[in-house]
Design a protein around this ligand. Structure first.
Ligand SMILES: *[C@@H]1O[C@H](CO)[C@@H](O)[C@H](O)[C@H]1NC(C)=O
Ligand SMILES: *[C@@H]1O[C@H](CO)[C@@H](O)[C@H](O)[C@H]1NC(C)=O
Ligand SMILES: *[C@@H]1O[C@H](CO)[C@@H](O)[C@H](O)[C@H]1NC(C)=O
Ligand SMILES: *[C@@H]1O[C@H](CO)[C@@H](O)[C@H](O)[C@H]1NC(C)=O
Ligand SMILES: *[C@@H]1O[C@H](CO)[C@@H](O)[C@H](O)[C@H]1NC(C)=O
Ligand SMILES: [Fe+2]
Length: 486
């Protein structure tokens, strides 16, 4: 029986509605028979579940320009859009970025650890860019190096004019049993729903320490002439989180910003000017793909919209990168990309297929624990499956259960202006463990080398409610089956 085409038998809503409609006693036998068939089907087909909740389609609306979350900080030339990300391969450096609107001001960051009064100084650089008739403010990037692990630091930007102070906590030294809690957000945009997603992430009692962002940031390209003012508003909106904890960036299609019709021919220009990554530290020649180690995790970021075929720079980099991952040092191997490989919604259907064909055998060989993607504006979690037996003559092209394969999670439900993806392929493919069209975010909480607790949180619920959750068992240290639809 085909794995992909088998019907989902796990929908509790369909089985309960069929038994309640058969209320007559004479029909009891038929109802019982149906029930048995359903159970049998579940055992044979091993299908996942589609949440019975069907959300009514409401257009997500961008927050207006005069919204509180877009407010410009007071003071002459005050630094705005402050954001941080990891600045090296192991977590001892931080890239601090900010924008000054009136004049360049200072490129210096002052920083000091919680237990020391001595302020240190790091000097960065600034740049500006133009996009059609938009000219950016002065975008500053400054890397602070040689930080101590597991330490709270305060930092100040805007030295000399309006000074603003923030803080962050460095991660613990890389090691196999170091706990760390990652948040996950994708396709955020700047609607009222985006604000709700960020608020839920901030209030989540699991307390994310580092955010893994799976692409599609501002959706400025939705506006006439890709109005880059909406990149600035997005920077101000997200500052309340990303100035205090690193967001690890992945580029999505809304970062491409290619508009030859208005003379904009350089892909990714606004994104690359505004958001830096530590790509050189992992030997990558492009900020669009790179890796970091953080606590007990090794995180590989890929670019769905850069060349990935054989002989391309991304291919060569990934080919050399995967064998470098030492699971005795970093047990958890996590991959981020924008376009999902396993997606059973009728949106962006099979867009990730060509990259899957190129790289999936490596993910199985190197036992990637989990792949997070966005792009589809909904939530979906797969079982551990692979589809790597195919070659041009054998015709074997069906996903099969594979305990060496990653779990694939689509978390493109950040709440952007394009609204929810509610149209799903039917029946639900067997590899799809759970899917629901709701906005939300997720948490991947690593406890030690064997266990990580994962939960997905929809915006409609209270901050502590988990819409989907499971324990992940590490593929290298504890590769036992954790499938939920068996
Ligand atoms: C850019 O051009 C558009 C129309 O093409 C206009 O509405 C807008 O005001 C201009 N913006 C700037 C900063 O000149
Ligand atoms: C965004 O959410 C915050 C709460 O986290 C709230 O204070 C603010 O008013 C919201 N802004 C908008 C425009 O909804
Ligand atoms: C892998 O990491 C462990 C623990 O840090 C270390 O002892 C070992 O030498 C590393 N192996 C390689 C091949 O670097
Ligand atoms: C859902 O998507 C399928 C495939 O693209 C399409 O045929 C169908 O009309 C869509 N259904 C709705 C309700 O939009
Ligand atoms: C790893 O964490 C899990 C979950 O907290 C716990 O049950 C298990 O005992 C831990 N393993 C070790 C070796 O401490
Ligand atoms: Fe996307």
């Amino acid at each position: 029986m085909g794995f992909l085409g088998s019907p989902s038998m796990a929908s509790s809503s369909s089985s309960s509605s069929s038994s309640s409609s058969l209320s007559s006693a004479s029909l009891y036998g038929a109802a019982f028979l149906l029930w048995v068939l359903v159970l049998n089907g579940a055992a044979v087909c091993n299908g996942g579940s589609t949440s019975p909740f069907v959300r009514k389609v409401e257009k997500s609306v961008d927050m207006p320009l005069d919204s509180d979350v877009f407010g410009v900080p007071p003071g002459y030339n005050a630094p705005q859009q402050v954001h941080i990300t990891q600045g090296d391969h192991v977590g001892k450096a931080v890239i601090v970025s900010w924008v000054t609107q009136d004049e360049p001001g200072s490129d210096v960051v002052l920083y000091w650890s919680k237990n020391s009064e001595e302020k240190k100084e790091a000097k960065g650089k600034h740049l500006t860019y133009k996009f059609y008739n938009y000219t950016s403010g002065y975008i500053h990037h400054c890397t602070i190096r040689n930080l101590k692990f597991d330490t709270k630091y305060y930092y100040e930007v805007g030295i000399g004019q309006t000074v603003r102070r923030f803080w962050f906590v460095t991660p613990p030294e890389v090691g196999p049993d170091v706990p760390h809690t990652f948040g996950l957000i994708g396709d955020l945009g700047q609607t009222f729903d985006s604000n709700s997603t960020l608020t839920h992430y901030e209030h989540n009692p699991h307390k994310g320490q580092t955010l893994l962002f799976v692409g599609d940031l501002s959706y400025a390209d939705h506006y006439p002439n890709y109005d880059n003012v909406r990149w600035d508003t997005w920077g101000r909106f997200t500052e309340r989180s990303v100035a205090y904890q690193p967001w690890i960036w992945t580029a999505g299609n809304h970062e491409i910003d290619l508009a030859p019709e208005i003379g904009e021919k350089i892909p990714f220009k606004p994104y690359l000017c505004r958001y830096h990554t530590p790509n050189k530290a992992s030997g990558s020649t492009s900020p669009l793909w790179y890796s970091i180690k953080r606590a007990s995790a090794y995180i590989i970021v890929l670019s769905s919209y850069s060349a990935y075929a054989k002989y391309t720079p991304q291919y060569r980099w990934l080919e050399e990168e995967l064998p470098k991952v030492n699971r005795s040092e970093t047990p958890w191997l996590i991959v981020l990309m924008h376009s999902p490989w396993y997606n059973s919604y009728n949106y962006h259907y099979m867009e990730g297929e060509t990259m899957r064909v190129m790289y999936e055998p490596w993910f199985v060989k190197y036992r990637v624990d989990v792949v997070f993607a966005g792009h589809v504006h909904a939530y979906e979690r797969s079982e551990r499956v692979s589809n790597i037996a195919y070659n041009i003559v054998n015709g074997l092209c069906t996903p099969v259960q594979d305990q060496s394969a990653p779990v694939y999670i689509t978390i493109g439900d950040g709440g952007n202006i394009e609204g929810l993806a509610i149209n799903m392929t039917e029946p639900q493919p067997k590899y799809s463990a759970f899917r629901e069209a709701s906005f939300g975010h997720a948490i991947f909480g690593i406890k030690n080398r064997t266990h990580a607790y994962y939960s997905w949180h929809r915006n409609q619920d209270g901050y502590a409610v988990e819409g989907d959750s499971l324990w992940f068992y590490n593929r290298y240290w504890h590769p036992i089956d954790e499938s939920t639809s068996a």
